[in-house]
Design a protein around this ligand. Structure first.
Ligand SMILES: NC(=O)c1ccc[n+]([C@@H]2O[C@H](COP(=O)([O-])OP(=O)(O)OC[C@H]3O[C@@H](n4cnc5c(N)ncnc54)[C@H](OP(=O)(O)O)[C@@H]3O)[C@@H](O)[C@H]2O)c1
Length: 273
């Protein structure tokens, strides 16, 4: 690899800065939550911004002003509708470019330039990008199906800021993937909508195996990129801390709600955390 290509690989471009900032913000939030309760910042807005769904019940009392910004958590499906459409579009552009040598639309090309897409050469990276974008699209389709036909959402809420973040999140993830290409069952019976202690499989080891699985999905994409893609590792770092924070809050919620909650069960990483 030439020195120029090496410099490109380690440079801090806008996308890397974004993922690094998000990872740092979620690491800080997680560390603050790990403080003893007396030292924890009591700021209602901060707690409202890091908690969503059932974990809002585990936080401090919520002033009416906070509740004014609530959006139903079932709107999660909107994130995946956007992701299926947007990342499907990006996949279509990439397929056209890779197999028919058609250029990206000029606005998309310009956007990727602003975000400083990788400039180095390499046919394998184009294939990796294609595979990761296919995975991301399939993942979004699966998640949308899960939201529409499997998950049974109770009346829990998310903050409007979290909702807006969710709307742009998969747009950014798709652009991050594309920027790596070289240039130049809801059929069961619902018994109730209460939150119970889940048991079985990975739930025996951690409170939120779904968040752990999310991390593993992003790590598998890093493997597809060949392990040494710094930008993607920053995405993974963000996912790690955001999912660790959610898992930690869920874990606290369960421990606060159920005296019989299994003592050996960890929050996020089996046997560790
Ligand atoms: N990549 C990212 O940045 C990111 C960010 C957020 C989420 N995600 C992913 O999105 C997926 C869904 O996240 P989530 O936070 O909505 O997961 P979740 O809180 O576990 O909720 C998933 C479903 O299970 C229900 N549920 C949760 N705990 C329950 C309990 N103890 N008893 C009965 N039902 C329960 C929820 O109902 P209620 O909604 O009524 O609680 C919802 O229908 C996860 O796989 C997560 O990794 C990814």
């Amino acid at each position: 690899m030439t020195p120029r290509a090496e410099a490109e690989l380690s440079a801090l471009n806008p996308l890397r800065a974004l993922w690094l900032t998000l990872a740092a913000a979620f690491l800080l939030s997680l560390l603050l939550q790990l403080l003893p309760p007396g030292l924890l910042p009591g700021c209602a807005i901060f707690q409202d911004l890091i908690r969503y769904g059932k974990t809002k019940f585990g936080g401090p009392p919520r002033p009416a002003a906070c509740r004014a910004f609530d959006v139903p958590k079932r709107y999660f499906s909107h994130f995946y509708i956007i992701s299926v459409l947007w990342n499907g579009f990006l996949l279509w552009c990439l397929i056209q470019s890779l197999f028919l040598e058609a250029p990206f639309p000029s606005w998309l090309h310009g956007l990727l330039r602003i975000l400083r897409a990788a400039q180095f050469q390499g046919g394998e990276l184009a294939l990796s990008t294609f595979l990761v974008l296919v995975f991301l699209w399939l993942h979004s389709v699966r998640r949308l199906f899960e939201c529409l036909y499997v998950s049974v959402f109770s009346s829990v809420m998310i903050h409007i800021v979290q909702y807006c973040f969710g709307l742009v999140y998969y747009v950014l993830v798709g652009l991050t993937v594309l920027s790596q290409v070289p240039m130049d069952g809801r059929n069961g019976v619902v018994i109730h909508c209460n939150h119970r202690i889940p048991f079985g499989d990975w739930f025996e080891y951690v409170s939120s195996p779904n968040y752990l699985a999310e991390l593993m999905i992003y790590i598998s994409m890093a493997v597809t990129f060949g392990f040494h893609n710094l930008t993607w590792w920053l995405v993974v770092t963000y996912v790690f801390f955001s999912q660790a924070l959610s898992a930690f809050l869920s874990h606290q919620f369960y421990k606060g709600k159920f005296v019989s909650y299994p003592k050996h069960r960890k929050a996020f990483l089996p046997f560790l955390f």
